[in-house]
Design a protein around this ligand. Structure first.
Ligand code: GCO
Ligand code: MN
Ligand code: MN
Length: 389
């Protein structure tokens, strides 16, 4: 059995902004110093991570000159090659600068929308230069507090036009990006557009080239809103749209906490890991979280190591779950298969409809059957607590 030390094959990634987070929050200043990007690369590589992701301005300050940019990027690329890390995903910071305070692609000001497009194209150039294949869109400022602005339908159209434009830009440059749209219900805006995975999936179908676009769901975003994240991911997988995933943790109904993966909702994290592993998802497992504000730099690396370790421990638990004889028996008893009924209910024909309408079911017996879910769930809890096998 593994000692839960990650390897590159596990495809764990972190953002520069995650382990680089300095503890600043709306009520208080930074509690730890900023870390340089090459140093982050070195430390993540030593911990067994696979890659590092970034917003344009995590690496290059927004007002850097062309020479400064090139120097910073060259140093960063050197660190990547020295330590064997890749940049699988890149994204644009369209939320920090005051210019984006009322939206980027959905700003009511045409100049801001155009600047957002310009900034994103430059950021895509940077991502491509670093070898990224996935490009994430998280519209942190795309939303409202004041619906009197009357821009709801316009905002959707502006957002669509921007994504179509940028997909064409990617093609024109030969970048071949797959775009992953990240839903979040609120924070920093009172309401953010496209709050859920389902709303993103619906919107993707309206784009010029929907096949280029998928979803980047995040554990905390669904959990904040009291939704079941694992269910959302299942729906995204079913749609063939799981292009990337942001792992972290969160208490329901709180401010955006970005906790260490598995820190809060261990059972949900278990079923999520099991789903990802069972589905054959082979993309990066990206941790979009940060160390607690209480921590110093040692706490940051303990946080990063903990995210990966917990994922690997839950992956091992998922294997144990599949192999556990009592769990297998409980699952076997839970599912009732019937080949004849399966045939009758799959693929409509008028004959099948008639046969089904004529069929007699013992409704009372169906309602009386206990599916054994209490026992199955208790077995799961005991497995997670290490009390089985
Ligand atoms: C958040 C978001 C961001 C995005 C990031 C990548 O709640 O702040 O999750 O961390 O994931 O901007 O696009
Ligand atoms: Mn988030
Ligand atoms: Mn995220």
């Amino acid at each position: 059995m593994s000692d839960f030390t990650p390897t590159r094959d596990d495809k764990f990634t972190f953002g520069l902004w995650t382990v680089g987070q300095t503890g600043r929050d709306p009520f208080g200043e930074a509690t730890r110093p900023a870390l340089g990007a090459p140093y982050i690369v070195e430390r993540l590589a030593a911990l067994g991570a696979y890659g590092v992701n970034l917003h344009d301005n995590d690496l290059v300050p927004i007002d850097a000159s062309a020479q400064e940019r090139d120097r910073i990027v060259a140093e960063f690329r050197q660190a990547l090659s020295d330590h064997g890390l890749v940049v699988p995903m890149a994204t644009t910071n369209l939320f920090s600068d005051p210019a984006f305070k009322d939206g980027a692609f959905t700003s009511a000001d045409a100049r801001v929308r155009a600047y957002a497009l310009q900034k994103t194209m430059r950021s895509m150039d940077l991502g491509a230069e670093l070898g990224a294949s996935t490009y994430v869109f998280w519209g942190g400022r795309e939303g409202t507090e004041v619906d009197a602005s009357g821009k709801l339908l316009d905002a959707l159209a502006w957002f669509r036009d921007s994504l179509n434009f940028l997909a064409d830009y990617s093609d024109s440059q030969g970048y071949g990006f797959r775009f992953a749209l990240e839903p979040k219900p609120n924070e920093p805006r009172g309401d953010i557009f496209f709050p859920t995975a389902g709303s993103m999936l619906g919107f993707i179908a309206t784009l010029d080239r929907p096949e280029r676009f998928g979803v980047n769901p995040e554990f905390a975003h669904d959990t904040m809103a009291g939704l079941n994240f694992t269910h959302a991911v299942a729906q995204i997988i079913d749609a063939g749209k799981l292009f990337h995933i942001d792992l972290n943790d969160q208490k329901m109904g709180r401010f955006d906490q970005d906790l260490r993966f598995g820190a809060e909702n261990l059972k949900t994290a278990f079923f999520l890991v099991k789903l990802l592993e069972d589905s054959g998802y082979d993309g990066p497992r990206h941790f979009d979280a940060h160390a607690l504000r209480t921590e110093d730099e040692a706490g940051v690396w303990a946080f990063a190591r903990g995210c990966m370790r917990t994922y690997l421990m839950l992956r091992e638990k998922a294997r144990q779950f599949d192999a556990d004889a009592d769990i297998r028996a409980a699952l076997g008893a839970y599912r009732v298969d019937d080949a004849e009924l399966a045939e009758l209910t799959r693929g409509f024909t008028p004959e099948k409809a008639d046969a089904l309408k004529a069929r007699e079911f013992d409704r009372v017996a169906l309602g009386r059957r206990g599916p054994g879910l209490e026992q199955l769930d208790q077995l799961t809890v005991e497995l997670l607590l290490g009390l089985r096998g």
